[in-house]
Design a protein around this ligand. Structure first.
Ligand SMILES: Nc1ncnc2c1ncn2[C@@H]1O[C@H](COP(=O)(O)OP(=O)(O)O)[C@@H](O)[C@H]1O
Ligand SMILES: C=C(OP(=O)(O)O)C(=O)O
Ligand SMILES: [Ca+2]
Ligand SMILES: [Mn+2]
Length: 667
């Protein structure tokens, strides 16, 4: 607490102990917050019946009603497989103990379910049935670790506020917290175990995001994370799902040290119903998040104190040295980029929404290009903002929540995201008023990459379950810092493939560690950091699906207009929204087009609600020569980047590969 002047309530409670609170001595009348209460009521305490408790402890136990078990015993229909609650709890403890087992010891840690600060409330131990809460020996073989299993947001708030410095309830009701030194992802610290299977399946070498590590080093880091987690008083365990397609649902377990991480994943993954949790069984994949603890830099393959390690054979991911929560959700996304294509399902780094008539649009783009902003559209159903699958049955969201950038967020421009920031939402690295706890979204003192993570149903028109039919429009978002790409162009299939494989944008400051200024970047499939196989594998699937379902590709520049970064300005969000509206409605498909030089892009001459002169970027530049030079410069960067793909075939069709090459800029 600081020493600021007390607020109105404090003054009243002080004053109520003195005669002047009655207002009978001619002193000024005290204003209270309770306007319904008459002044004469103040000293009387006979309005309600007394509580049915004789002690404070009794009163507290009255307050907490026993909730339905998270694993309810089935009714008459399912009676044959009813397991008593006690047995089920025992199985749960054993399962989590197995997750946390050090592989060098024979058994897992001794676990107790519940909050260590609330002893005796329904606790369960792993392999000692009678547990004496007085044990406090700091020997790892004897020590007990409490685990907090699938806590509710309210419980996680209490945990965070009690024990995690920098956690506050914002005035909107959201939980504001800090991710520590890392406020963005660390792609250079990502490692993937290279073994017999991944050797052939994965994309390795130049340009690949998969920096290799050996199995042994993975185990060294795993042991480090597990030992760290077991050394704590308590850990958080989330058992949840990925993918709204019931046939391809993945069970994930997240073990973490921070309530913030547990709430983040509660929001971002699909939340199981009590019935689904009952049958959860063994997870398909486990994350060990020991982000507060660094990796050992003397360990082979480690180049910093941060390491994010994926072992596909073991179905595990270890996080050391970063508390940025996005690392977990994007780590799981990488896993899906491996698992889904093996089932002939395309994984997509895209947002997705659907119109009233069932027309689905995908929004591909790198961080900060507008996937979340543009898929959240008050006139359409939101299927998801970031990670999807496209199967034979249509599209499905991988996640159960959204993760919006909130720098400069305003209620006027993005009302749905603004209103989603309420109780239950995690607000990462925002700055708030020390007294009112009001967030200043303009303030980037902690980072440019401030974030809000909320369950998808916090968006009023979310489509639950988050699935939809085959997409009609494939929108490729590029935030062009050079200011030479048109605000919108219609793409041929070959052009769509060319731009999908190129994955051009200007990386906006913040989301990746170390990027302070916008900078031109190419990221295959608009998500090179997450793909696991060669980009052409995903491109071939996209091309095949687009042809089969007759989808149209579009390139939308959400970046600069009227000059490059520094002289031009970012295209108004309102204009981009009108452009997107025209794509959805179908009106843009049949508009008049002209072809640009160099990039050979088809640009419309008119769009309702958008000034026609901005549609051709040359009009917005005062210095036409500078425009031409910049266009050529960017075209050169595209060609240089695409060079590495020229020897690859895309799918079975070699003519398409030639067409794709020809669909790039020419000058
Ligand atoms: N014309 C525009 N189109 C889309 N986003 C814009 C535009 N102008 C500014 N922005 C801002 O850019 C950011 C886009 O971020 P976001 O939608 O979270 O991207 P992504 O989900 O692709 O990482 C938001 O902060 C948004 O307000
Ligand atoms: C969470 C992320 O996603 P995006 O910026 O694409 O929303 C990220 O890239 O760290
Ligand atoms: Ca991203
Ligand atoms: Mn996003």
């Amino acid at each position: 607490m600081d020493s600021k002047a007390p607020d109105g309530n404090a003054e009243f409670s002080f004053a109520s102990n003195t005669p002047r609170s009655t207002g009978r001595k001619g002193l000024p009348k005290i204003q209270t917050q309770d306007h319904n209460k008459k002044a004469s009521d103040v000293c009387h305490d006979d309005s309600g019946t007394p509580v049915k408790a004789t002690t404070i402890d009794e009163l507290h136990s009255l307050q907490r009603k026993k909730s339905a078990p998270t694993t309810p015993i089935k009714g008459s229909q399912g009676a044959f497989n009813a397991i008593p609650e006690e047995e089920r709890q025992k199985q749960q403890v054993q399962s989590i103990s197995a997750s946390l087992a050090s592989l060098m010891r024979e058994t897992g840690p001794k676990l107790v379910k519940g909050d260590p600060s609330r002893k005796g409330e329904g606790q369960q131990i792993s392999h000692h049935h009678h547990y004496t809460p007085t044990i406090s020996i700091s020997d790892s073989a004897l020590k007990l670790t409490h685990y907090l299993y699938n806590l509710s947001p309210a419980e996680l708030y209490e945990q965070a506020i009690k024990t995690e410095k920098g956690s506050f309830i914002a005035s909107s009701g959201a939980l504001a917290t800090l991710s520590g030194a890392k406020t963005g992802r660390s792609p250079r610290d990502k490692r993937v175990v290279r073994d017999e299977t991944t050797e052939d399946d994965l994309w390795w070498g130049k340009g690949s995001p998969n920096i290799e590590m050996d199995e042994h080093t993975f185990m060294v880091n795993r042991e480090r994370a597990v030992d760290y987690l077991n050394s704590l008083d308590k850990v958080f365990v989330n058992d949840q799902f990925l993918n709204w397609d019931p046939e391809n649902r993945i069970k994930v377990r997240i073990v973490s040290a921070r309530a913030y991480h547990s709430l983040f994943m509660h929001n971002m993954c699909i939340r199981p119903t009590p019935e689904e949790l009952e049958d959860f069984g063994t997870p398909d994949f486990t994350i060990y998040n020991a982000g507060q603890f660094p990796c050992n830099r003397y360990t082979h393959h480690m180049t910093s104190s941060t390491s994010i390690d994926i072992n596909l054979a073991r179905k595990e991911m270890v996080i050391l040295g970063t508390q940025y929560a996005g690392e977990m959700k994007k780590g799981l996304f990488g896993l899906m980029h491996y698992l889904m294509p093996k089932r002939q399902i395309l994984s997509l780094h895209s947002g997705c929404n659907m119109g009233k008539d069932g027309d689905v649009a995908l929004f591909f783009g790198l961080s900060g290009t507008g996937k979340t902003t543009l898929s959240t559209d008050h006139n359409r159903y939101l299927i998801g903002d970031d990670e999807h699958c496209w199967s034979e049955n249509g599209v499905s969201n991988i996640e159960g929540g959204c993760y919006a950038k909130c720098i400069d967020l305003s209620r006027e421009k993005e009302p749905d995201i603004w209103n989603a920031i309420k109780f239950g939402t995690v607000l990462e690295n925002v700055v708030l008023d020390e007294h009112t706890r009001e967030v200043d979204y303009m303030d980037s003192s902690v980072t440019e990459n401030t974030r809000a993570a909320y369950p998808i149903d916090y968006i009023p028109n979310a489509k639950i379950p988050c699935v939809g039919p085959h997409p009609k429009n494939i929108i490729l978002l590029a935030c062009d810092a050079f200011g030479v790409l048109p605000p919108v162009s219609k793409l041929s299939l070959a052009q769509t493939m060319y731009h999908f494989i190129s994955g051009y944008t200007a990386l906006v400051a913040g989301t990746e560690d170390g990027i302070k200024e916008p900078q031109a970047t190419f990221s295959a499939c608009f998500g090179a950091a997450f793909i696991m196989m060669h980009p052409t594998r995903y491109a071939a699937m996209l091309s095949e699906k687009m042809q089969k379902h007759g989808a149209t590709g579009w390139l939308v520049n959400t970046g600069w207009s009227g000059g490059s970064y520094g002289s031009g300005k970012r295209i108004k969000l309102a204009y981009t929204r009108r452009i997107i509206d025209a794509i959805h409605s179908g009106s843009l498909l049949n508009a008049n087009y002209k072809k640009t030089e160099v990039f050979g892009l088809e640009i419309p001459t008119e769009i309702e609600g958008v000034p026609s002169e901005i549609l051709d970027p040359v009009n917005t530049w005062t210095d036409k020569n500078a425009y031409k030079d910049t266009q050529l410069k960017l075209a050169g960067l595209f060609q240089k980047n695409f060079g590495v793909f020229t020897n690859y075939k895309i799918g079975k069709n070699s003519t398409l590969a030639e067409e794709i090459l020809a669909a790039g800029p020419s000058y």
